[in-house]
Design a protein around this ligand. Structure first.
Ligand code: F6R
Length: 245
């Protein structure tokens, strides 16, 4: 794994956009898996600008969503569906047939997870994952304690995930489960780009870099990923031991 520290959120986001565009440039039919949330917002906005500027064609790639809030319909502005369409898929003019996002309204959770598993397996694994990091160390909705051999599954969300998750929604929501690509599939991705910014993520970055790499803080497993890149801004790196202090 490689750690990269950037002066601020803008530079961090620009570097992440470069990586996304670079992945599709070198493998036009790549399978890309994207998180939502505050962290990658700017990176996604910059991706379409950069792709256009550098003439990188996204029409052969396939995009999957990393996760979704169970029971939240796609038209809800707080859903991962809505976010990905708004910030990434529409600006990049991605065709519907190039995308699979979890159906959080499904009556058959097992079938929904199987669908995602077959897309990933059919491609021979994920080429590129962009993930954020929860304050409890979750990776996607792989909450602390998730086994490393986990495939796509429905997870019971921790209280902190539910409480913090409320920030994405305009109304009060009562969500207790999330559906997510599994830890195994994320860890087997060729590239795992994990991003964090801001002072509130500083303890998380410290734990990832200086604590034990374990399922009790899933994001820390990036340390065992050969193609792992942890990109943070100065604020998120501010509690690290030298040389980043
Ligand atoms: C969302 C996801 C989550 C977030 C994490 C950080 O699709 O996978 O794991 O990445 O909760 O969220 P933000 O970026 O809002 O701090």
């Amino acid at each position: 794994m490689e750690l990269k520290v950037f002066p601020d959120y803008n530079e961090l986001s620009a570097a992440a956009a470069e990586m996304i565009v670079g992945c599709v440039r070198s493998k036009p039919d790549a399978l890309l898996c994207f998180a939502t949330g505050d962290t990658p917002k700017l990176a996604y906005q910059l991706t379409s600008v950069l792709a256009q500027k550098n003439n990188v064609d996204f029409s052969s790639c396939f995009i999957i969503g990393l996760d979704e809030w169970m029971g939240i319909p796609p038209e809800n502005t707080g859903s991962c569906h809505y976010f990905l369409h708004h910030y990434l898929l529409s600006p990049l003019k991605i065709n519907q047939r190039q995308v699979y996002l979890f159906n959080a309204m499904t009556a058959n959770e097992e079938d929904e997870c199987d669908k995602m598993d077959s897309i990933i397996a059919g491609n021979g694994g994920i080429d590129f994952v962009l993930a954020g990091i929860g304050l409890n160390g979750h990776l996607g909705f792989n909450e602390p304690g998730t086994a490393t051999n986990t495939m796509a599954h429905v997870a019971i969300l921790e209280e902190i995930t539910k409480t913090i998750g409320q920030k994405y929604f305009e109304e009060n929501v009562n969500v207790s489960n999330g559906i997510t690509v599994g830890l195994k599939q994320v860890m087997q991705a060729k590239t795992l780009l994990m991003m964090a910014n801001g002072r509130k993520k500083a303890p998380v970055i410290k734990r990832i870099m200086e604590g034990e790499a374990s399922i009790h803080f899933p994001a820390s497993l990036i340390r065992q990923h050969i193609g792992g890149v942890l990109m943070v801004d100065n604020e998120a790196a501010s509690q690290l031991e030298t040389p980043f202090k």
